[in-house]
Write a protein that binds this ligand. Structure first.
Ligand SMILES: Cc1cc2nc3c(=O)[nH]c(=O)nc-3n(C[C@H](O)[C@H](O)[C@H](O)COP(=O)(O)OP(=O)(O)OC[C@H]3O[C@@H](n4cnc5c(N)ncnc54)[C@H](O)[C@@H]3O)c2cc1C
Length: 505
């Protein structure tokens, strides 16, 4: 096994996979090592858990829960529930396949915290569990210093990599009937048009196939034989020598053996919280590192369709999910929607057999957070997490504008329900962190002025050969689900890196 690589990529989620695939396609002879702290999962590398058999899916979820691997989420929570502040209300976000950053978060005065902040550790990252919603960023969600046409090209490429399906407007069936109601309620001048949520799902033989991280990687081991994916391998730190990234210190999680590998380029794609953690551990600590942390607010509600929208009255629309999507607009900085759950291809673990359940709809509304320098993930110099990495503490608070946004989100969820039926229960703000979209912690910037960590090609300022990727690079306040943008930005960066490699080899 070689101990010298052209590129070492830390993290095997969608961001890392985009770098690997793009570099491998551009330079098939490149020696690319991808390391992943979590284990390989059953059913194929990077396969989406929704495509697996039930036993495989459950096994994959249990394996990827980091320190809680092997423990059912409800049981894991029971273990920590004793003594935790019930007002934190993070019970609602017990998702299998994830583990909490801090099971017993301590809030400082005036802080809202991100008590449900979670991560996933396994080959494919969160990209084997994700919901596949892939809206394009709209208006001020877009990165202002990127040329619009370039960003659009990158988003188009990301849609191809993720195999995103889009649906024409107007649609058909129940979905179209709901869309028309939401248009009547929420459309207006200057607002992005209301349509259907693009999803990284393809229909094969009448069944949905969800794009996982493996979809991005494609057949890379064959097309770029120098690509190697090493699971259960922790990147403890990037080696920075003479101000440049020159390698990585790795720990084999099974034997605890620590080795060093040399690398011409190092790419850190270890998620929105752990990417800054790896940089911190490596002594790369620009002022903005971990700061400007923001995730969109999430108000979740369930509703029941009234008689006019009884699914039985509509022609079925096989191959369409009918997730009606109200996109973000500057005039209304939030994204909303209605998802009819009857006949849903998502395996939700809900019993939807009886007549009432067939009328069930999910009504998710997400709102953009006002970005503040003070919202941050901090790293301890002395304490460590379960992997032995610097312990993370979240410092996060809501502004006056944030509180208004949250109220509007609740109202919009209620207005959505009233158009088509009734609310199941009053809309509630989900516990902070439950969006799973942590942005800004290694944000990109147009200039190196202390308010960003990397440049527009995701190169860490002042540390040649060091790149980052993932939701943490997104600098704007967004409500859209970020993975499409993250893949687009990683593709752009990886092309730059590949061009450097081609120049050298
Ligand atoms: C249930 C669920 C639903 C979701 N739905 C959507 C959706 O509909 N739309 C959307 O846009 N997004 C969604 N997401 C979020 C989406 O999955 C993430 O945005 C995406 O996976 C981020 O990709 P990433 O590569 O940056 O990070 P991740 O996918 O988190 O991958 C990072 C990887 O790095 C590894 N790692 C961390 N530290 C180290 C280290 N020191 N050494 C080695 N490896 C390390 C981690 O173990 C992890 O596997 C969802 C997520 C979940 C869990």
């Amino acid at each position: 096994m070689s101990d010298s690589y052209d590129v070492v990529i830390i993290g095997s989620g969608p961001a890392g996979a985009t770098y690997a695939r793009t570099i491998g396609d551009a330079v098939p002879g490149a020696r690319i090592l991808m390391v992943e702290v979590g284990p390989a999962i059953p059913g194929g590398r990077g396969e989406h858990t929704q495509n697996l058999t039930e036993p495989e899916r459950i096994a994959a979820q249990l394996l990827t829960q980091g320190p809680e691997a092997g423990i059912e989420r409800a049981k894991a929570l029971a273990g920590i529930a004793d003594g935790f502040d019930p007002s934190l209300e993070f019970r609602q976000t017990i998702l299998p396949g994830l583990f909490f950053l801090d099971p017993r978060p301590q809030l400082g005065p005036g802080e809202a915290g991100l008590s449900a902040a979670s991560m996933s550790s396994g080959v494919g990252g969160m990209g084997i569990h994700w919901g596949t919603s892939t809206p394009r960023p709209q208006q001020s969600e877009r990165i202002p210093f990127l040329p619009a046409a370039e960003l659009d090209t990158a988003l188009t490429h990301a849609e191809r990599l993720l195999r995103v399906s889009t649906w024409a407007t107007p649609g058909a069936g129940l979905g179209e009937a709901i869309r028309r109601e939401l248009v009547a309620e929420f459309d207006g001048p200057g607002l992005a048009p209301i349509g259907f949520m693009p999803l990284a799902i393809q229909w094969q033989d009448g069944r949905p196939h969800f794009s996982g991280t493996g979809t991005i990687l494609g057949d890379l081991e064959r097309t770029a034989p120098g690509f190697e994916l090493r699971a259960e391998t922790l990147a403890q730190r990037v080696i920075v020598d003479g101000g440049r990234a020159t390698g990585v210190v790795l720990q084999d999680r099974r034997t605890e053996e620590v080795t060093e590998v040399r690398a011409a380029h190092v790419v850190v794609c270890a998620d929105g919280l752990r990417t800054p953690q790896v940089l911190f551990a490596s002594g790369v600590r620009p002022t903005a590192l971990g700061h400007y942390l923001n995730e969109h607010f999430q108000v979740g509600a369930f509703g029941f369709l009234n008689d006019a929208f009884d699914p039985a009255r509509f022609e079925p629309t096989p191959g369409r999910i009918g997730y009606v999507h109200v996109p973000f607009s500057d005039e209304r900085p939030m994204q909303g929607g209605v998802i009819p759950l009857a006949g849903s291809p998502y395996r939700l673990g809900l019993e939807l057999d009886d007549a009432a359940a067939s009328r069930l709809v999910a009504i998710p509304w997400y709102g953009a957070k006002e970005i503040q320098f003070s919202d941050r993930v901090e790293f301890s110099e002395s304490e460590t997490d379960s992997y032995g990495m610097p312990k993370m503490i979240i410092r996060y608070s809501h502004t006056e504008r944030d509180r208004e946004t949250i109220e509007q989100l609740k109202q919009n969820a209620a207005r959505s329900a009233a158009r088509i039926g009734v609310l199941g229960e009053p809309p509630e703000l989900a516990a902070g962190g439950s969006s799973l979209h942590y942005q800004g912690t290694v944000r990109m910037g147009a200039v190196n002025d202390g308010t960003s960590v990397c440049d527009q090609y995701l190169r860490v300022w002042d540390v040649p050969n060091l790149y980052v990727g993932g939701n943490g690079v997104i600098p704007t306040a967004t409500a859209a689900n970020p993975t499409l943008t993250t893949v687009a930005l990683a593709w752009r960066a990886a092309r730059t890196l590949a061009a450097e490699l081609r120049h050298v080899t």
